[in-house]
Design a protein around this ligand. Structure first.
Ligand SMILES: Nc1ncnc2c1ncn2[C@@H]1O[C@H](COP(=O)(O)OP(=O)(O)OP(=O)(O)O)[C@@H](O)[C@H]1O
Length: 332
């Protein structure tokens, strides 16, 4: 029997050609999955479309767009047990990267076609669903500065430029972080509560890896004393995260718990999954295994080999599988 799914498609996401991208998705998925396609509009967001799909009792929900569309759609699917597929077409694609889902259309569709799901944690931040992270301070300002026009023109560089601009205006605040076990008071320039985070979310990278199915959230506190310290701390987080290590500077702290209450003085802006949502105080609670997501059957391994694209490339297999040619010629 054919599978069926509601496909929620943002027709203005990303820098590609959405019409072409939709054709590609349909040609990959429709031989196996009956698609009921719904487009987001300026007025009707992905969460409303996903909510309606849940009400109709669809078998699967697939969302395609930038992180805004994917997060919004996911929020309506929490605790429904409906498998959720992701086809990223945005600028940063943090959602897919954080969950180890490929961000090319073809590989994302293959992941959905394979039909393997994994239960991942989600969270609520002041009763608003959170899939990736809540940023206080720094991260919040960065998103606000990377506006739509800049994103369209410069893509991911817009975020980096906004980050650098933000560094120049570094402002610290007093923060109180309460878990079920303790209360921590300190001064910080950025506090991030992460359920899952891509490596590009540098300010979430205090611990050595953020595990999205452990029933816990990770808080990273970055507390540089001056601008030079801010640059050094950010760079350290980037490096230690890339190497899979925990941060080791005095001005970086981290802790893990399933429930956090965070207040600041003065009040700070708060970003949840890339959207500016309000200000402190916040309360964040983990919802273990709240979302069932299509994931690749094998973890995306770091590529240990890349040869495609080399001029006049010929690859000779010394032990070819039976029935296959011994020599493969790849020409552009
Ligand atoms: N048909 C539409 N016309 C205009 N705006 C739309 C339409 N559909 C959705 N939107 C808006 O698109 C935004 C979500 O964009 P999304 O995050 O999916 O893509 P993006 O901004 O290109 O990605 P990224 O955040 O990675 O840059 C929402 O603000 C939503 O209101």
């Amino acid at each position: 029997m054919n599978r069926s799914a509601c496909l929620i498609f943002n027709p203005v996401a990303g820098q590609g050609n959405p019409e072409q991208e939709l054709l590609e998705i349909r040609s990959l998925l429709e031989p196996t999955i009956d698609l009921d396609i719904h487009f987001t509009t300026e007025e009707i967001d992905a969460d409303q479309l996903a909510e309606a799909a849940v009400q109709r009792g669809v078998d699967e929900i697939i969302a395609s767009g930038g992180d805004g569309t994917l997060s919004a759609a996911a929020t309506a699917v929490i605790n429904t047990n409906i498998p959720f597929g992701i086809i990223s077409r945005g600028t940063a694609n943090a959602f897919a990267t954080a969950l180890g889902i490929p961000d090319t259309i073809e590989a994302a569709c293959q992941t959905i076609l394979q039909g393997v799901t994994r239960d991942i944690d989600v969270a609520y931040c002041n009763d608003r669903p959170l899939i990736l992270l809540a940023g206080i301070g720094f991260e919040a300002e960065t998103v606000e500065k990377a506006n739509r026009e800049a994103k369209n023109r410069f893509g991911i560089i817009a975020y980096i430029l906004a980050g650098i601009q933000q560094l120049r205006e570094l402002q610290s605040f007093d923060v109180e972080i309460e878990t079920d076990e303790k209360i921590i008071k300190t001064t910080a320039a950025a506090v991030t509560v992460a359920n899952a985070a891509p490596p590009t979310s540098v300010l979430a990278q205090g611990p050595a890896g953020i595990i999205y199915n452990d029933g816990l959230l990770d808080v990273t506190i970055v507390a540089p004393v001056n601008k030079a310290g801010a640059i050094a701390a950010t760079y350290h987080l980037f490096q230690s995260a890339s190497a899979g290590n925990a941060a080791e500077r005095d001005d970086i702290g981290y802790l893990r718990a399933k429930h956090f209450k965070i207040t600041t003085d003065p009040v700070q802006k708060v970003v949840v999954d890339g959207e500016l949502v309000g200000t402190t105080p916040i309360e964040v609670k983990c919802v273990p295994a709240g979302l069932k997501v299509f994931v690749p059957t094998v973890e995306e391994a770091e590529l240990a080999e890349k040869l495609e694209g080399l001029p006049n490339l010929v690859i000779e297999l010394k032990h070819p599988p039976e029935g296959e040619a011994e020599t493969v010629e790849l020409k552009e």
